[in-house]
Design a protein around this ligand. Sequence first.
Ligand code: FES
Length: 190
Amino acid sequence: MSNNNYTVHLHPKGNSIEIDGETDLLTALREEGVYIKSSCGGYASCSDCLVKILEGEDNINSPSFEETQMIGNVFHITKERLACQVKVEGEVKVDLSRHDESADAKKLTKKNNRFNKSKAPVKKRSRAEVDEILSERKMKSEEKEKKRNSWEKHWEKEKDGIKRGTGGGKRPKPFRTDHLDDDPDFKKKS
Ligand code: FES
């Protein structure tokens, strides 16, 4: 083991790997065949590679700007870091219990099945089925029209040949001028 190699203890399996100070934790784990979930390929943009530092938090680098953008600046509370951003500078112990390969594979299969179902071929209808649907639609629209003409807007229907409109059917009040009959000015004008 060279001086630049450090031991990373893996929880819960209890095994360990060696890592140099240059390689990030995600790459090192993958090189050793340890499963770590990742969707972004190590660019601090999916947060799938989250691990918990159980021991040796002083032996790792500080979170990068990209990392704090993803998981906030609360490492001292949660002890969680993105494996793809972690560089090790001493002995550490990390918790990988959230990275369960078989559970993730099951989830992926389920997701794929759902996707494949949603891509089921469009059902083709026969000519008879199409005609039936069209006649049903026509019937419905005729019924609707009938209903519209029967009771709805009854105030607009014609009664005794007179088209009734809105406004309560009242006649306008006549404009009274009889009180002006004795007014000489009014007579002059008319
Ligand atoms: S691999 Fe995506 S954030 Fe680390």
